[in-house]
Design a protein around this ligand. Structure first.
Ligand SMILES: [Zn+2]
Ligand SMILES: [Zn+2]
Length: 248
C-alpha cells in the first residue's frame, strides 16, 4: 500500500483483488468497486442448470441444453457468467496460484449456497481433475470446497470421488465423448443416503458434473446438486456442440 493510501485510510483493509484499501466487510476481503463489477446471476435463469436466459430462449424455464439433455444432478447454480472480471478472478486463482483468492471467492460461493441450497445437512464433494494436480500443483477446486465447508460448517468428502481417465491433451469435444466411466469412488458407503453438492469451477455443458452425479446416485446418494463459480454463456458454436455430440 502506498504511503498516500496508508495516510488516507490508516486502519482500512486491502482488497485482495485490486489492493485498494477499503472500509466495509473485512471478512469478504473484496472492495465495493470489485464487487460492483461482478454480476450475480438472477432471473430469468434456466431452472435446471442456472444459466441466465435471454427472454427469447425461455421455454418451460429451461435453456437449450437442458431441453436436449437430461442431467443426473437436480439443479446447478453459479455465482456469475464466465466472462470479464469474474473470469479474470478465476484465472488468477487457477493459473497464477493466488491462494489468497480462495477465501474471498469461496465467500461469494457461500452466498449462492445460502440462496439456493439452504438445507442444513449436505455433503460437499469437489469434482476431481488430474489436469489440475499435474499442471498446477494444487487443486483449486478442492481448496475451494474445503474453504466453503469451513465457512458454512459443512462436511467435505474430498479425495473419495476420483478421476480414472486422464483426458489431458484431448479437445473439448473428445473429452465429452470420453466422459462416461471417467470417475470412480474409493468408498461408496460415504455417499449413502447423502444429499450431495458437487463443487466445481466452471459449468459448460454440465456433462462432467452429470457423470459424477450419476455415479454418486449409483452409490446410494439421495440427491445431487451442483455449485460452480461460473457458468459458460450458451452459444452452441463456442461449446463445440455439433449435432453428433448432443445426447437426446
Ligand atoms: Zn477491489
Ligand atoms: Zn439449462
Amino acid at each position: 500500500m502506498s504511503a498516500f493510501w496508508q495516510a488516507l485510510f490508516p486502519s482500512s483493509t486491502r482488497c485482495v483483488i485490486c489492493h485498494r484499501p477499503f472500509y466495509g466487510d473485512a471478512a469478504a476481503q473484496l472492495c465495493n468497486h470489485c464487487l460492483s463489477q461482478l454480476k450475480f446471476i438472477g432471473e430469468p435463469m434456466c431452472q435446471i442448470c442456472g444459466r441466465p436466459l435471454r427472454l427469447a430462449a425461455v421455454e418451460k424455464g429451461k435453456c437449450l441444453l437442458c431441453r436436449q439433455y437430461s442431467h443426473s444432478f437436480q439443479t446447478a447454480r453459479s455465482v456469475a457468467v464466465y466472462e470479464g472480471f469474474w473470469r479474470e478472478c478465476i484465472h488468477m486463482m487457477k493459473y497464477f496460484h493466488r491462494h489468497d483468492f480462495v477465501g474471498p471467492i469461496a465467500s461469494l460461493l457461500a452466498e449462492v449456497y445460502k440462496q439456493f441450497f439452504p438445507q442444513a445437512e449436505v455433503l460437499l464433494v469437489p469434482v476431481p481433475s488430474v489436469v489440475r494436480k499435474s499442471r498446477r500443483c494444487y487443486d483449486h477446486v478442492q481448496a475451494l470446497a474445503l474453504e466453503l465447508g469451513r465457512q458454512l460448517h459443512l462436511p467435505v468428502e474430498s479425495g473419495n470421488l476420483y478421476l480414472k481417465k486422464n483426458s489431458a491433451g484431448f479437445s473439448y469435444a473428445e473429452r465429452c465423448q470420453r466422459i462416461a466411466g471417467s470417475f470412480g469412488v474409493h468408498q461408496p458407503q460415504a455417499f449413502q443416503d447423502q444429499h450431495i453438492i458437487l463443487v466445481d469451477d466452471i459449468l459448460v455443458t454440465g456433462r462432467t458434473v452429470s457423470e459424477c452425479a450419476r455415479l454418486l446416485i449409483s452409490c446410494g446418494a439421495k440427491q445431487v446438486d451442483v455449485l460452480t463459480l461460473a457458468v459458460a454463456a450458451l452459444e452452441g458454436q463456442n461449446l463445440g456442440l455439433g449435432k453428433a455430440n448432443v445426447r437426446r
